[in-house]
Ligand binder design. Structure first.
Ligand SMILES: Nc1ncnc2c1ncn2[C@@H]1O[C@H](COP(=O)(O)OP(=O)(O)O)[C@@H](O)[C@H]1O
Ligand SMILES: [Mg+2]
Length: 581
């Protein structure tokens, strides 16, 4: 209910249209209500008094009624759908925006399909709750109250009588219905008892035979079978008893109404036509009651969707701008990681007490076994996750004190596998900086060693990715990713195994582009092949979330630890000890 009110708050901007829609619904329902009135005049004036003028009037009345009904029916459908669709579009927008703001940790624990089902299925359920059910609800309510008013206008005494007897019979039917359902459930249970017993007995046939227990089993089964028979008969008994009883009660109710109505006609208190019209309205009254409770059930179902949508909308945004956060000024490139520990899941440390400093333009490399925590460090610098303890500073600013946009705007990332959007190559590169000119895009592509292959695509820069079976190779995709990063021109660069999915040939081309990209920027390089980081200013060897060694390539080789082991393996210089990665 609370969520329904919340949903209604989305309707507010469209209140005027909704009011217009309700007017249309009421008028259309009113036109319906006029029809029994026509029957009354038909009987009383035309049939009884042979009133020709009235007959003509009625003919015109019927035509006019249907024209009015048609016009307002159009209005009601159009307007209610308009409001409903608008609200849905708004909710979908709000939901999508919310999902964009959710922290990465949310996406670690929720499947893409699950998230998408919120946006498509649950919002669609809301749509039906709002559009179809709203029309039904208003229509039925109008018919219900309209019929009621008409009945009272025709004969208030008969109305009171009807309003007492009909609910009484209805209540009785409900009680009997519940009883029937209960004995029906017992029948179902007995039946499933039989099935499970058969299954058990048959699958244990060896046990039965080996103990010579066939007779025993027969007996057991027979008893169960009999129980089913009893339950079945009880159900039948109730049904055969209840049906005539209910019918009898209904007949009594109808008789009372018809008798009293007829009595009034005989005594001249109302006309015959009025009685027929009255009974038509009375029948009209029954339908909305049934439908309104069904609509209520449907709305309930749709609200389950609303609950899920709102629960997503209410999710905390753990990573967001601090109150009063300022923009990070243009970065020079000092990055310091100070005693940082991090846990994805509470109690399971992914990084512990990590410290390091990078000066502007330096190249920092991370090596270490898979699962050591290298990518985790890369994720913390742009604040995809917040550190559990410790601080990360850029140019002396704690990254939690500056705006996310200004922080991430100055960090470029090239991951192992690049996600390209199904847009043109040009638009994919422009993703790095939306206001880049076409010339700048070509320039960036050239620097990324991508221009040549792009020019060979069917439509050059205007080739749509993912269309006409256009499959870019891994190396080509990475070069587009690099062009993107060049366009962004960040002062801090993070390359997380950017070439490790590539074959040696394309690795060389991509690496050349990466080397050019790194010049003058503080770069964090997670390396798969050591050859790419020989020139690094600092190499950190990470294992189990901690730094186990650091230094330049030469220093680490001299130290003869994990790094030199790895080097020996990759370059096959013999002397293999330990188990490097
Ligand atoms: N999104 C995540 N949620 C939970 N645990 C994660 C997540 N990403 C990585 N981990 C865990 O954190 C540890 C470090 O992972 P990662 O930084 O990806 O290692 P590396 O990049 O060195 O191979 C691993 O034990 C990994 O299972
Ligand atoms: Mg990794």
């Amino acid at each position: 209910m609370k969520n329904y009110l919340r949903l209604l708050s989305y309707i507010k901007p469209y209140m005027r249209r909704l009011v217009e829609a309700v007017v249309c619904i009421v008028v259309a329902a009113g036109a319906n209500l006029y029809l029994p009135w026509i029957i009354k005049d038909m009987i009383d004036k035309v049939l009884a008094e042979k009133d020709m003028e009235m007959l003509n009037l009625i003919a015109v009345g019927i035509i006019v009624t249907f024209i009015i009904r048609g016009v307002f029916y159009y209005g009601q459908s159009y307007l209610v759908s308009f409001v409903g669709q608008r609200v849905i579009i708004d909710v979908r927008d709000v939901l999508f925006r919310k999902i964009q703001r959710l922290p990465l940790s949310y996406f670690d624990t929720h499947q893409t399909g699950e998230i998408m089902s919120y946006i498509s299925n649950d919002v669609a359920a809301l749509q039906s709750a709002l559009v179809d059910r709203l029309i039904e609800l208003f229509t039925e309510l109008s018919i219900f109250f309209g019929s009621l008013v008409m009945m009272v206008m025709l004969d208030w005494q008969l109305s009171i009588l009807t309003l007492i007897t009909v609910p009484l019979v209805g209540q009785a039917m409900k009680i009997f219905g519940r009883k029937l359902k209960k004995s029906g459930t017992v029948v179902q249970e007995r039946l499933s008892d039989i099935t499970s017993m058969m299954q058990e007995s048959i699958s244990a046939v060896r046990v039965v035979k080996s103990f010579g227990r066939e007779e025993y089993e027969n007996e057991r089964f027979h008893n169960q079978n009999e129980l089913n028979f009893k339950a079945e008969m009880k159900n039948v008994q109730q049904m055969s008893l209840l049906t005539p009883t209910v019918e009898f009660l209904a007949a009594v109710a109808v008789t009372v109404i018809v008798w009293f109505g007829g009595y009034e006609v005989v005594n001249g208190r109302i006309t015959a036509g009025a009685l027929v019209a009255f009974l038509t309205y009375a029948v009209n009254l029954a339908n909305p009651v049934k439908r309104i409770s069904r609509v209520y059930g449907n709305i309930q179902k749709a609200m389950a969707g609303a609950d899920r949508v709102f629960s997503v909308l209410d999710l905390p945004e753990s990573i967001k701008d601090k109150e009063g956060a300022r923009d990070l000024p243009k970065v020079e490139g000092n990055v310091s990681i100070e005693d940082v520990s991090f846990e994805y899941k509470e109690g399971i440390p992914a990084l512990s007490h990590l410290s390091l400093t990078a000066r502007p333009g330096e190249m920092i490399a991370f090596v270490g076994p898979s699962g050591a925590g290298k990518s985790t460090i890369a994720n913390l610098i742009p604040r995809f996750y917040d550190v559990t303890s410790g601080t990360i500073k850029i140019d002396g600013y704690d990254i939690r004190d500056v705006t996310l946009a200004s922080l991430r705007g100055q960090i470029g990332m090239v991951p192992q596998e690049t996600m390209l959007f199904s847009q043109t190559v040009r638009e994919n590169i422009r993703y790095g900086r939306l206001d880049a000119t076409d010339e700048e895009i070509v320039e960036a592509a050239k620097d990324a060693n991508a221009h040549e292959f792009i020019m060979q695509l069917p439509d050059g820069y205007d080739t749509k990715i993912g269309e006409r079976g256009l499959n870019l190779s891994g190396g080509q995709r990475q070069r587009i990713a690099i062009a993107r990063a060049i366009l962004k021109d960040p002062q801090i660069l993070i390359l997380d195994e950017a070439t490790s999915a590539l074959d040696t040939e394309s690795e060389k081309i991509v690496q050349a582009a990466l080397d050019r990209l790194m010049v003058g920027r503080t770069s964090f390089v997670i390396a798969h092949r050591l050859s790419t980081i020989f020139g690094a200013d600092q190499i950190y060897v990470i294992e189990h979330g901690s730094i186990v060694e650091h230094g330049t390539h030469e220093e680490l080789l001299d130290a003869g630890g994990l790094y030199s082991n790895l080097y020996n393996i990759q370059f096959n210089k013999g002397n293999l000890k330990g188990t490097p990665f």
